[in-house]
Design a protein around this ligand. Structure first.
Ligand SMILES: Nc1ncnc2c1ncn2[C@@H]1O[C@H](COP(=O)(O)OP(=O)(O)OP(=O)(O)O)[C@@H](O)[C@H]1O
Ligand SMILES: CC(=O)C(=O)O
Ligand SMILES: [K+]
Ligand SMILES: [Mg+2]
Length: 596
């Protein structure tokens, strides 16, 4: 998190009385300048502010943010959920996310969103109705950060999302993000933040304290007092607040605040000597801590769809976690994402990405470990590499940071989001904006609107023409699939078809099609719930669950009938279809079909 964030958090703790006026602002579109001038009586906690601002968000969500797209109505989603076509046994013959279905029907195939959206869930968004508002707003994946919250809280959030999915027809996947064992500060007796003033003396201690005295913070790493030296600089969250070490006394390290600001609970700590990041024994801490393993067991038991590993340094740890999951969740249904957020991960980037199921450009911590001006080019490099290697990639952190407190984004933020979309990242992620901000739904709506606009610009300007992707594999069977998918995409672009259909059990050909970023949406039909959930995160894929029958022809006919019955396609629509469900000795083919 950067300097700006702490100022806004501070402003978010504004006195009571602000709510009604903020609500008015959101609906009238008043400027951000107005929002800093609110004054009233009595302090109010961040969480109270959040509950009361529910109305603000409702208003925000129903007004087009940047005036581009047509909103999907609640009625449309409800009627889709009700119109499930059922097989004789009462099991839906075909399942698709209710919001995506409404979007397809209302906005048309061409303008349906390709970039996927992830929201970090926190106190601002954990209630079932808040989660539903995000699902309605296009959240494809909900992220829970194991740095924060209790086991009960995480369980509750996961269950609420699963309930929404099963009862209301959404298809929100769940990503668990590990805490990792990097050095961080403790909590401040439950306070949302604590101010450190210029020149103040603070005690950084490794004592285990139940309650922390004033101007004290607990450091989670026992070796801290030995590793740190007098004269070192301590950076909180990559420089939001700075301290200088002046004295070491047993378990306590006395520091002077040299750059004041707000300290957030569990903020990341790095220490620097003569302008360089110090990585001594802390570099030997395990990437996955013992607490992380317990969290991972919990994630496996709860059936999360993705686990994101924080501060990955080598490919080995990813391989280890993947085999751990394979042994405990035999259908291998959890995708492992490597978070690229340290200089070590950049050294081993290609190896790490090759063994992971996807990667996250975690710009928050990354920007604290490498010079900030390198972050944009590193982001582009990671996005390109992931695409080459056929791995989904998420761009995360500070996309709309100012919206933690303001109802409209800055121009620079809109440009940043647009750039990630132009780079063809698979997914964009909200952190504080949705976890603890005042305008979670509106932030999501901005991501959606900006994505749609840039995607349509890319199509109009034939951006795909310049795409050159290397061959993935030297194995013939894989090369056949790869070439079929590339050719199917090219054909779809040239013919201007309405959609590409792919029939896939494990999602392999669906990924390959997504990798070639075609102009039309990709309908991915798969027979398991877990694969359907995981395909949610990949660019341009619209995952359907469908029971397969023996041959391609009957699958196609069945799909046409079901889609027509649900009003999602009509006679005369043109599609390109491929499949990886037939056995290896069957001829793989590309079919071009007009819906009868
Ligand atoms: N479950 C939660 N409970 C309380 N606050 C949360 C929760 N999740 C997120 N937050 C708040 O939202 C902020 C931003 O969330 P985010 O997930 O980016 O965390 P972070 O602490 O910056 O760490 P990371 O580097 O893992 O992203 C956090 O600093 C925290 O204040
Ligand atoms: C998301 C995350 O962990 C980061 O940006 O640091
Ligand atoms: K984390
Ligand atoms: Mg991080």
């Amino acid at each position: 998190m950067a300097q700006g964030a702490m100022m806004r958090v501070q402003q978010a703790c504004v006195p009571a009385g602000v709510h009604g006026e903020l609500a008015g602002m959101a609906s009238t579109g008043a400027t951000r300048v107005a929002s800093v001038s609110f004054r009233g009586k009595g302090a109010v906690s961040l969480s109270t502010l959040k509950c009361r601002s529910a109305r603000v968000r409702r208003v925000a969500a129903t007004s087009a943010v940047l005036g581009l797209e047509k909103e999907v109505s609640e009625e449309a989603v409800a009627s889709n959920a009700a119109a499930k076509v059922e097989d004789v046994q009462g099991v839906p013959a075909m399942e698709v996310d209710a919001v995506t279905e409404a979007e397809l029907k209302e906005n048309g195939f061409r303008s349906t969103r390709r970039t996927k959206l992830i929201c970090t869930i926190g106190p601002a968004t954990c209630a079932p109705e808040q989660l539903e508002a995000l699902a309605m707003g296009g959240m494809n994946v909900a992220r829970i950060n194991m740095c924060h919250g209790t086991r009960e809280w995480h369980t509750q959030v996961i269950r609420s999302i699963r309930n929404l999915n099963s009862e209301k027809g959404y298809s929100v996947a769940i990503m668990m993000d590990t805490e990792g064992s990097e050095i961080h500060m403790g909590d401040f007796n439950g306070a949302p933040s604590v101010k450190a003033e210029d020149g103040e003396e603070w005690n950084f201690t490794v004592r285990k304290l139940e309650t922390v005295p004033e101007r004290t913070t607990v450091v989670n790493y026992d070796g801290f007092t030995e590793d740190v030296r007098v004269g070192d600089e301590l950076l909180v969250d990559g420089g939001m607040v700075r301290f200088e070490v002046i004295e070491k006394i047993g378990p306590d390290v006395k520091c002077i605040c040299t750059d004041p600001g707000l300290l957030l609970p569990r903020a990341n700590l790095t220490f620097w000597r003569e302008g360089r990041l110090v990585r001594e024994r802390n570099a030997m801490l395990p990437t996955i801590s013992s607490k992380d393993w317990i969290d991972i067991d919990f994630g496996i038991a709860e059936g999360v769809d993705f686990i994101a590993i924080s501060f990955v340094r080598t490919a080995e740890v990813v391989k280890h976690l993947k085999s751990y999951i394979r042994a405990r969740a035999p259908n291998g249904s959890i995708g492992v994402f490597a978070k690229i957020e340290s200089s070590d991960s950049l050294k081993n980037l290609e190896e790490i990405i090759r063994v992971s199921d996807g990667a996250m450009v975690a710009r928050g911590d990354l920007g604290a470990q490498i010079p900030l001006e390198q972050v944009p080019s590193v982001q582009q490099g990671i996005v390109n590499l992931c695409r080459e290697l056929n791995k989904p990639v998420i761009v995360a952190s500070q996309l709309l940071e100012s919206m933690i407190e303001y109802p409209t984004p800055t121009r620079a933020e809109v440009a940043d989001v647009s750039e990630a979309v132009r780079q063809r990242a698979d997914a964009l992620m909200l952190s504080g904006e949705s976890a603890m901000g005042l305008f979670p739904e509106k932030a999501l709506s901005v991501l959606r609107t900006v994505s749609l606009r840039m995607e349509s610009w890319c199509r109009e300007n034939k951006q795909h023409a310049s795409d050159r992707l290397p061959e993935l594999s030297s194995v013939l069977q894989d090369r056949i699939s790869e070439n079929i998918c590339n050719a199917a995409s090219q054909m779809a672009n040239k013919l201007g078809v309405d959609a590409i259909f792919v029939y896939t059990r494990r999602g392999y050909m669906a990924s390959l099609l997504s990798r070639s970023r075609p102009d039309c949406p990709i309908f991915a039909f798969t027979d398991t719930k877990s694969v359907r959930q995981r395909l949610n995160l990949q660019w341009g894929l619209i995952p359907f669950r469908l029971d397969f029958s023996g041959d391609m022809e009957s699958n196609l006919r069945r799909t046409f009938a079901l889609l027509k019955a649900r009003g999602m396609m009509k006679s005369g629509d043109l599609i390109v279809a491929v499949s990886d469900i037939s056995s290896a000795d069957l001829l793989q083919s590309i079919q071009v079909r007009r819906i009868p």
